[in-house]
Design a protein around this ligand. Structure first.
Ligand code: HEM
Ligand code: SF4
Length: 595
């Protein structure tokens, strides 16, 4: 049982103030809070006006509900390809809802996946998306279908609660089922424990979506003097901003542990986890108009034994809850609190909440990042196969029929799947004789197997951006495959087809596909133009930097290829592209590639 900090509510509304240049992070007691805070506070634990708006005649939800619905796993969106038509025919906008399912550690059953595939056809836009955080997203759900959709997801024992919003989001964990070594199973168990521990307790989710309409319970979920009776960790106003957790091994940082608010890096001794280094304050969201915002890698905070993780993680979440910025959402993530205080002050505060001092982190370095694709022995006599899903999009399109292939695989061959943080699927627990069956189904549906996909494409990813994301300033998922075609050809010509490096693209600077620590980051800056960032690396432990800004889409690959030509000529043995860019420095890169 985790003891909760008792002083929590007395400090719950302190704000960290930030001046326009981001220099002064001094504390103030000004009770000024952002509008989202007010919506949450008045919402009776995330209920608000949602029940009334669910049944009104509008195709959309109001401002307050939009914010609250995120905590239930849904974003209101509109089809941006249809904006003109919708304005012209009087709809205003073609509204629909995105719905994200929270899937700790990416563990899903075939039945659960079949349910999502059914839903994407019945109520969605006929596609399903594996996300960069091991979750699934449905797009294009009409408001009138939202309740039914959430019910169906819950009927197969899965949930959308807390998939978005100001709470702990999907807990990420290495999904590879190497069962010969108990370490990964221990990590997955920890992911489940953390997910359960930090799940919102509000009954609003159940009442809004799962209660039988005929016998609907009308009672309010709140009404108690102590909000912590309802939400023992979060209280009435939840966290200042989203909170992300990921668990990794030093030899396999496949969940990008440095990008998390709270990262757990396992310390292993003879096939057992002796403890974890806790890393804090990672986060990639940037607002270009606000100089005070920046991407940050998580920093080592302390070392804890496995049985201390929940207690110390709770204290970290509580410190962010009590001292994170509730006035300005742009600087509300944990990384800004740590930037303002410094890691030592933050550690001292966490120690105060835990009630004892915490051990120094162990000297650990990340040495690898595996995408787990292709065929692998699990170590228990079974096999798993990692299938590359380009940008996570599951669809049937002309001769490429991944969606149908998945239906057949899930109905006949495979009963358990896992999702990876690179938007891919692992089919797990397969017998030797099922291997051919799986290969055959993929081939019959025109789905290229991982082995025939180029290395550059396999290691790339893009966020959804257009047409669903309201924040996109330009394309991402829809243009990256074309850039990959060009890059593939150019790299093959240079003899670099087998070179492993990560390319990550987003349609705006928010960073949903983690573009800020990859070898190459392509970040949408304005319509049709991208910022090119270089010198991160696959291991995920170094931020990349701006190499060139406002590069038109058609010039992205022509800008990159000369760099690869130079890389081929001047790299040191075994050096990765990101490390090469870092060592050479951008000035040298620029002078060598100027035509
Ligand atoms: C800071 C501001 C951010 C905002 C306002 C934001 C908002 C959004 C929105 C609206 C979507 C839905 C797009 C769609 O499905 O059409 C989305 C997707 C997503 N976001 Fe963010 N996001 C932010 C930052 C981040 C960061 C830093 C990460 C992780 C590093 C992240 C992880 C995700 C993931 C995993 C998805 C699903 C993308 C996929 O399908 O692969 N977000 N975000
Ligand atoms: S990075 Fe920007 S465009 Fe892409 S999904 Fe996130 S918010 Fe949307």
């Amino acid at each position: 049982m985790v003891a909760h900090h008792t002083a929590r509510y007395t400090v719950a509304f302190k704000n960290v103030t930030v001046d326009p240049d981001g220099v002064d992070f001094s504390m103030s007691d000004t009770p000024k809070t952002s509008p989202v805070e007010k919506f949450k506070e008045a919402s009776q634990f995330l209920r608000g006006e949602i029940p009334e708006e669910l049944v009104d005649e509008n195709a959309f939800f109001g401002k307050g509900s939009i914010q609250l619905l995120k905590h239930h796993g849904s974003y209101q969106q509109d089809n941006r390809d249809e904006r003109k038509a919708a304005r012209a025919d009087g709809r205003g906008k073609a509204y629909s809802m995105m719905l994200r399912t929270k899937i700790p550690g990416g563990k899903f059953t075939a039945l659960q996946l079949l349910a999502e595939l059914d839903l994407c056809d019945e109520v969605g836009n006929t596609t399903l998306r594996v996300t960069t955080r091991q979750a699934l997203q449905l797009h294009g759900i009409l408001k009138t279908d939202l309740r039914k959709t959430i019910q169906r997801i819950n009927e197969v024992q899965s949930s959308t609660l807390g998939a978005c919003g100001d709470v702990n989001r999907n807990v990420m964990c290495c999904p590879a089922p190497f069962n010969g070594d108990p370490v990964r199973a221990e990590m997955q168990k920890m992911a489940d424990d953390l997910a359960e521990h930090f799940a919102p307790h509000t009954r609003a989710y159940h009442q809004l979506w799962l209660t039988d309409e005929a016998t609907e319970e009308k009672q309010l979920v709140g009404g108690t003097a102590d909000p912590f009776e309802v939400e023992p960790i979060y209280g009435a106003v939840y966290l200042p901003r989203k909170f992300k957790i990921g668990i990794a091994l030093p030899s396999d940082n496949c969940v990008d542990v440095y990008s998390q608010d709270l990262g757990l890096l396992a310390v292993c001794e003879s096939e057992k986890i002796s403890g974890y280094n806790l890393l804090v304050g990672g986060g990639f969201g940037v607002t270009p108009t606000a100089k005070k915002t920046f991407p940050a890698l998580a920093k080592p905070l302390c070392y804890v034994k496995p049985d201390e993780v929940l207690e110390v993680a709770t204290a970290i979440v509580e410190v962010q809850r009590d001292f994170g910025n509730r006035a300005d959402r742009k600087v509300a993530r944990l990384k800004y609190l740590i930037h303002a205080w410094g890691i030592d002050k933050f550690k001292a505060k966490v120690e105060e909440y835990v009630g004892r001092s915490l051990a120094a982190p162990q000297p650990l370095e990340v040495t690898g990042f595996d995408d787990h694709l292709g065929w692998h022995e699990q170590g228990d006599g079974k096999w798993f196969y990692g299938l590359n899903v380009e940008n996570g999009r599951i669809k049937d399109e002309e001769t490429f029929r991944l969606k149908s292939a998945l239906r057949e695989i899930c109905s006949s061959v495979c009963s358990v799947v896992r999702f990876t943080s690179h938007q891919n699927i692992l089919f797990i627990d397969l017998n030797q004789n099922q291997k051919n069956q799986l290969d055959d189904i993929l081939a019959r549906h025109g789905v290229p197997q991982t082995e025939s996909i180029s290395t550059v494409r396999r290691w790339s990813m893009a966020c959804p951006a257009m047409p669903t994301c309201g924040l996109a300033v330009t394309e991402s998922e829809r243009v990256l495959p074309g850039m990959m075609d060009q890059l593939e050809a150019g790299l093959a010509e240079l003899g670099l087809a087998d070179e492993i490096f990560t390319t990550r693209m987003t349609g705006c600077p928010n960073g949903c596909a983690r573009p800020y620590n990859s070898d190459i980051g392509l970040v949408g800056k304005t319509l049709g133009k991208y910022t090119i960032l270089l010198a991160g690396r696959r291991e995920g432990d170094r931020l990349n930097r701006i190499y060139k800004d406002l590069v038109p889409a058609e010039e992205v690959v022509p800008t990159l290829l000369p760099l690869f030509a130079y890389f081929k000529e001047a790299r040191q043995e075994g050096e990765s592209f990101g490390d090469f860019c870092e060592r050479e420095g951008f000035e040298k890169l620029q002078s060598h590639t100027a035509s």
